[in-house]
Design a protein around this ligand. Structure first.
Ligand SMILES: Nc1ncnc2c1ncn2[C@@H]1O[C@H](COP(=O)(O)OP(=O)(O)OP(=O)(O)O)[C@@H](O)[C@H]1O
Ligand SMILES: [Mg+2]
Length: 221
């Protein structure tokens, strides 16, 4: 079973002489349990591809099946639903809610999903344990190091058990020690069978993945 199937994706911006082909015929599959790093120089189309994979944007042409669902034709509200159900996002800048405990941050996606408070708490604590932060559950983001904040963000991404963990430069704001911590968690999650796609500029981060997809000028090389 493939979590991601993209077929001949094109994304163009602008018209006429000013047309930019951000994606120029990308075809790829990511089977369940795969761990893929997407690399490429600035302007190669990584963010464009990530936005489409993350159901944050739609291609100009081509098809995208996410966890068996053709999402190429969905409208904005349907995409939002698929996004919440199927994808756990991890961003470079963590995107935690300020003045809100680590535990409450991790509970939030479960609250959106309508899970009752008791189960919410149990699952959020289990996710925090998974990233080694049980003892920081009551801390607010500003009381945590960058690496710890990113681990909370990973716990928040995985707590809903999404089909896909999608990370955009997850170590971009971290020092080398925290980078190792975070990469260790991704490896562990991969070992448990999680499907992970991450975008990175860093060779040593990409080296931890099972597979690297390289983009150049909107194409896979
Ligand atoms: N909204 C937009 N309007 C016009 N052109 C865009 C837009 N977004 C991206 N582009 C162009 O599409 C191409 C791919 O951009 P993209 O952001 O996907 O690159 P990237 O690989 O993520 O680069 P970086 O490593 O710098 O983040 C670039 O040439 C960029 O200028
Ligand atoms: Mg980018």
């Amino acid at each position: 079973m493939n979590v991601i199937e993209v077929q001949d994706l094109h994304k163009t911006y602008g018209h006429g002489e000013a047309t930019v082909r951000a994606l120029d015929g990308v075809t790829a599959t990511v089977p369940r349990g795969d761990y893929v790093a997407i690399m490429g120089s600035s302007g190669s189309g990584k963010s464009t591809l990530m936005n489409i994979i993350g159901c944050l944007d739609v291609p100009s042409s081509g098809t995208y099946r996410l966890d068996g669902v053709d999402v190429s034709e969905l409208d904005e509200s349907q995409l939002a639903l698929v996004r919440n159900r199927k994808i756990g996002f991890i961003f470079q800048s963590f995107n935690l809610i300020a003045r809100t405990s680590a535990l409450a941050n991790v509970e939030l996606p479960l609250a959106y999903a309508g899970i009752k408070p008791k189960e919410r708490r149990e699952r959020a604590l289990a996710a925090l344990e998974m990233v080694g932060l049980t003892d920081r559950a009551a801390h607010d983001p500003n009381q945590l190091s960058g690496g710890q904040q990113q681990r909370v963000a990973i716990a928040r991404a995985l707590v809903t058990e999404p089909a896909l963990l999608l990370a955009d430069e997850p170590t971009g704001n971290l020092d080398s020690h925290s980078t190792e911590d975070v990469m260790g968690i991704f490896s562990e999650l991969s070992g448990y069978g999680r499907t992970i796609v991450l975008i990175t500029h860093e060779d040593d981060v990409a080296a931890a993945a099972k597979r690297v997809i390289r983009l150049r000028d909107g194409r896979i090389i």
